[in-house]
Design a protein around this ligand. Sequence first.
Ligand SMILES: CC(=O)N[C@H]1[C@@H](OP(=O)(O)OP(=O)(O)OC[C@H]2O[C@@H](n3ccc(=O)[nH]c3=O)[C@H](O)[C@@H]2O)O[C@H](CO)[C@@H](O)[C@@H]1O
Ligand SMILES: C=C(OP(=O)(O)O)C(=O)O
Length: 383
Amino acid sequence: MLSILRSLGAKIEFNERNKEILVNTDGVGRAEPCLEEMRKIRGGFFVIGPLLARFGEAVVGLPGGCDIGERPVDLYVRGLRALGATVEINGRVLAHSANGKGLVGGSFHLDFPSVGATETLMMAASMADGVTVLSNVAKEPEVIDLARFLNDSGACVYGAGSDKLLIKGKCQLRGCECYVPPDRIEAGTFMLAAAITRSLISISPVTPSHLSCLIDKLKIAGCKITRCNNDTLEVSAIPENVCENLRGFNVRTSPFPGFPTDLQPPTMALLTTCSGSSIVEESVFDRRLGHVRELQKLGAKIQVCGSTALVFGRETRSALHSSRLRAADLRGGVALVLAGLVAEGTTEISGIGHIGRGYENLDTKLQFLGADIKRSIPVASQL
Ligand SMILES: CC(=O)N[C@H]1[C@@H](OP(=O)(O)OP(=O)(O)OC[C@H]2O[C@@H](n3ccc(=O)[nH]c3=O)[C@H](O)[C@@H]2O)O[C@H](CO)[C@@H](O)[C@@H]1O
Ligand SMILES: C=C(OP(=O)(O)O)C(=O)O
């Protein structure tokens, strides 16, 4: 994302000490080569809305990401067409606004509340000429946060967090100060790390209401979860706090406020160490069970039927044994790391570049918590 913005002429500076990123887009679109640069962009699907709105044209690559099933873009394309764009896909995405200048407000109903399509259309509509109404939109916290950022930048986005958005377009947005909220999936992963290792981890900053589904499930399992203040959660699964082995539970992933698809793989790792049988149903992506085969190499007993997995629990968490594993996607990879923390012996995981896309310094954070984990290849050559 940052290299795309830089290639368009944005100036980006990091202030490591204050964990700040300063983005200055004053130069974007002013320099002559800008449009030429845009035509070379390989990724950048995420910025197709603002590019179209600002330049009247955009040429970007199709989205990539983890291999977890079909990742169609029909909702993005149909939504942009509803705002007056012509969109053609030919290895890349080529889009033009009908009037050659920018987008116009319109109405669009999403067949599925896609997070990416909602965010793309929100950004596009914020700079379109007129009013846009989007219905059946995603309600994820990240959508609410993007609406806040757009509004702080001068946009008019109403209804974020509900299933309908009304957006009054503005021809120009301005800079603002933006606070990036805590990553609920990273926090959830550390909650699961506490549970699988039967230990106590205090996690902050975290927004507990973003993780209610996981909190409820971990309580059913027998974990003790304490909210220490507004942004701290303490998850305890240490044996003296938990009367017996943790119990299994059933999970069905669905859009927010349902159980997050991103936490399904690490949750499955936990369930392999709990007592009883658990049913895990993945309903958001159609091939997000790639980690099952790797967990089975550690001795986990899991049966798969379509997008549903039946996990046969264990009496003791240490029933897993070590093996050589390969992470084939981001959250599947972190599931293997969690399982490796409790498998007898040394577990070796390759393909860890996937994990780095979603977790900053996962190894050092786990070491800090007492885990015996080390990265055998430098960050730069992980893939
Ligand atoms: C609903 C949901 O849980 N979304 C997650 C999804 O967002 P992400 O934005 O990647 O995915 P979407 O929310 O768009 O996709 C969810 C579903 O919508 C379908 N789809 C999407 C776009 C489209 O044009 N047509 C279409 O049919 C996809 O095939 C998929 O089945 O992955 C992110 C990273 O893992 C998570 O942070 C999001 O919480
Ligand atoms: C699937 C994920 O990421 P991406 O959309 O980048 O593949 C994820 O964050 O779990």
